[in-house]
Design a protein. Structure first.
Length: 261
């Protein structure tokens, strides 16, 4: 579970809700026509921009971004080095049925067990990586479109409210409801874009980059394991995926281990 995104979204909504409750009656911020224009209009306009499959897939990708947590890079490297040690001692058949932290890695290990050559493994996993990237990129585009369309629909609602207000100036009772629609649609559009759509789009883009990086780590490691590279060399090779601070820590641990031995 990605608690940072959850805390950010829920916290922002609670902050706005608190400001509303502490002010005038919350009922004045609820307007059915304004909600219909902004939410309904945004959904339909974004649906017109994408296929139905892409539209629904974006919401599935957003849910997955909340639920799915990638392993830490250091933990992934340790797992891969352990796998390399098993393959070196027992052969790749010793990896059959092994439980790992990622379905992508599990798929790659199964290719090793099945006797696929390194080039084929890299080609197949790279294609799977590309498909995952495209899926995540499509989801990010859908929510970016929501962030763009929401304020625009809010502006349309504002214009509708102003037209209604100006066309009925002789009826003072109609001015208030028309002005409410005019102002609330702008508010709803800004809230959808700023507090929901834009953060989710950015989170999907970030998750896309992180997942692609982790998959590249797996591809490099599996290729080296298939070629029979020494596990220590594999660990050194994969350390390039670590941050400079993490690399320094690994070097210190390696030096301490060498001194103890």
């Amino acid at each position: 579970m990605d608690f940072a995104t959850l805390i950010g979204l829920v916290g922002a909504m609670m902050l706005i809700a608190s400001a509303v409750i502490l002010g005038v009656s919350p009922d004045v911020f609820l307007n059915a026509p304004a909600l219909l224009i902004v939410i309904g209009g945004s959904l339909l306009v974004v649906l017109a921009k994408f296929s139905f499959q892409q539209f629904l897939g974006a919401f599935k990708a957003a849910i997955r971004a909340f639920k799915f947590k990638l392993p830490e890079t250091r933990a992934a490297i340790d797992e891969l080095v352990d796998i390399a040690n098993v393959a070196r001692r027992q052969g790749v058949l010793g990896l059959e049925g092994r439980e790992v932290s990622s379905p992508f890695l599990s798929n790659g290990i199964q290719m090793l067990v099945d006797g696929q050559d390194g080039a084929t493994i890299k080609q197949l996993l790279s294609k799977e990586q590309l498909m995952t990237l495209e899926h995540n990129r499509s989801g990010a585009k859908v929510f970016t479109a929501f962030a763009d369309v929401g304020p625009a629909m809010g502006m349309i609602g504002t214009l509708i409210g102003l037209v209604q207000m100006l066309s009925n100036m002789e009826d003072p009772k109609s001015i208030g409801p028309a002005m409410a629609v005019a102002l609330l649609t702008t508010l709803y559009g800004a809230m959808i874009a700023t507090m929901i759509a834009s953060p989710i789009a950015d989170k999907l883009s970030l998750r896309m980059t992180q997942e692609a990086r982790m998959q590249s780590l797996y591809i490099d490691a599996l290729g080296a394991i298939q070629e029979g590279v020494n596990p220590r060399i594999i660990e050194q090779m994969l350390s390039s995926y670590l941050s400079p601070k993490e690399r320094d820590k690994v070097s210190e641990e390696a030096s301490a281990a060498a001194a103890d031995s």
